[in-house]
Design a protein around this ligand. Structure first.
Ligand SMILES: Cc1cc2nc3c(=O)[nH]c(=O)nc-3n(C[C@H](O)[C@H](O)[C@H](O)COP(=O)(O)O)c2cc1C
Ligand SMILES: O=C(O)C(=O)c1ccccc1
Length: 396
């Protein structure tokens, strides 16, 4: 067993243990994957300011997100098909988050159902909603989330249609799967994954069972999405859903200050600055690059969270120092889950917390609320205005 000291270690182990089809589904971005790469690369461009001889005793990473106490401001992002990364994946991730004291978000596209996750956890989790054409379905699932005691609705706005990810098509995740000798061989080497999958009964899409007949695997995912997701979603509908829900609301997938202002106007408890982990509009700016402009526009009216590209506690610190009240992590915890189940998610959280805590200390800060831009060296292009990234240098 390798020593696991960083998120990258978890990714490597995850890659060895989970079928390629699902690894690729997680690890890809849309089209050229430019935005997917920018998300992580842009964090690297921000440097930290070392301070010395500052009392660093009694540090804490604890704070709140939408009024809920958290041991660090890092929530688990909604991730579709988590139950395919590891048997019972959503339940295991929710339990790890609960034990660690951070929020868990259950995706509409989960394998385990809302009720099932609620039954296996004792603290409220957040429920992520994709807006479907069918209003009765929406009312139904919002009601289920309420009855299960979910403490916030995370409404995702950046996926009315699915961005194309080449690898999913090539791997047969979206077309009828071609069980090539290569796929069979791959599955044969991932026997631990398969054995656990065979033992669980949770192999349907948990939140859509009974609504769509016969969707019990991922084959028809893309077609299913096109048929069900609402292409007519607009701000008026967002208002309606807010009313139907009536509780705390987080609007996810905002990447532009103008949209952020409308979101704040409608009244939400938080927004998530996100490009969906580089899986939707390829060519969009990285989240960290647009964060300052959005904080400047709405930070005084609503909490601003960020996701896309967080792979270390240093990344968390950078986002918080640029004004985010918290972050979501997607892949960073999926790597841990696929690698080792629940302890893997805990390991991912612990790696991030340690990195965040140590970095805070070395920057001369002791609390989350004390983090600000003063401890960062931020290059041009993150200045808060909408700016296109600089043109790459000519090849010769
Ligand atoms: C495999 C995968 C599935 C996802 N499924 C959903 C989903 O069902 N709903 C949603 O709102 N976001 C979904 N997302 C986006 C995440 O919530 C989050 O925005 C993204 O993963 C953040 O980027 P990161 O992976 O670099 O941390 C998904 C992301 C991944 C990687
Ligand atoms: O893959 C995704 O990013 C995602 O959000 C999704 C959308 C539709 C079905 C499954 C997952």
């Amino acid at each position: 067993m390798p020593v696991l000291t960083e998120i990258e270690d978890l990714r490597r182990l995850y890659r060895r243990r989970v079928p390629k089809m699902f690894y690729d589904y997680c690890e890809s971005g849309s089209w050229t994957e430019q935005t997917f790469r920018d998300n992580t690369n842009d964090f690297q461009k921000i440097r930290l300011r070392q301070r010395v001889a500052v009392d660093m005793d009694n540090r804490s990473t604890a704070t709140t997100m939408i009024g809920e106490g958290v041991t660090m401001p890092v929530a688990l992002a909604p991730v579709g098909l988590t139950g395919m990364q590891h048997a019972d994946g959503e339940i295991l991730a929710a339990r790890a988050a609960e034990a660690y004291g951070v929020p868990f978000t259950l995706s509409t596209m989960s394998i385990c159902s809302i009720e099932d996750v609620a039954e296996h956890t004792s603290r409220p989790f957040w429920f992520q909603l994709y807006v479907m054409r069918d209003i009765d379905y929406l009312a139904g699932i919002i009601g289920r989330a309420k009855r299960a005691g979910c403490s916030a609705l995370v409404l995702t706005l950046d996926l009315q249609i699915l961005g194309q990810r080449h690898r999913d098509l090539k791997n047969g995740l979206s077309a009828p799967p071609r069980l090539t000798p290569g796929t069979m061989l791959d599955l044969a080497t991932k026997w631990g994954w398969g054995a656990k999958m065979l033992r669980t009964r949770r192999r349907q899409f948990g939140n859509i069972v009974g609504h769509v007949n016969g969707v019990s695997d991922t084959r028809d995912l893309m077609r299913w999405t096109a048929e069900r997701f609402d292409p007519q979603l607009d701000w008026e509908k967002v208002r309606k859903i807010k009313e139907m829900w009536g509780g705390k609301l987080i609007l996810k997938g905002i990447l532009d200050a103008e949209d952020a202002k409308i979101a704040a106007e409608i009244g939400c408890d938080a927004i998530v600055v996100s490009n969906h982990g580089g899986r939707q509009l390829d060519g969009a700016l990285s989240s960290i690059r647009v964060l300052p402009s959005i904080v400047a526009a709405v930070g005084h009216r609503t909490e601003v969270f960020l996701d896309s590209g967080i792979r270390s506690g240093q990344d968390v610190l950078k986002a918080l120092s640029l004004g985010a009240r918290g972050v979501f992590i997607g892949r960073a915890y999926i790597y841990g889950l696929g690698a080792m189940g629940q302890p893997g998610v805990t390991a991912a959280l612990e790696i991030l917390r340690k990195e965040l805590d140590t970095t805070m200390a070395l920057c001369g800060r002791r609390s989350i609320r004390s983090l600000d831009r003063d401890i960062l060296l931020v290059p041009e292009g993150f200045s808060g205005r909408w700016e296109a990234p600089p043109d790459p240098a000519p090849a010769d």
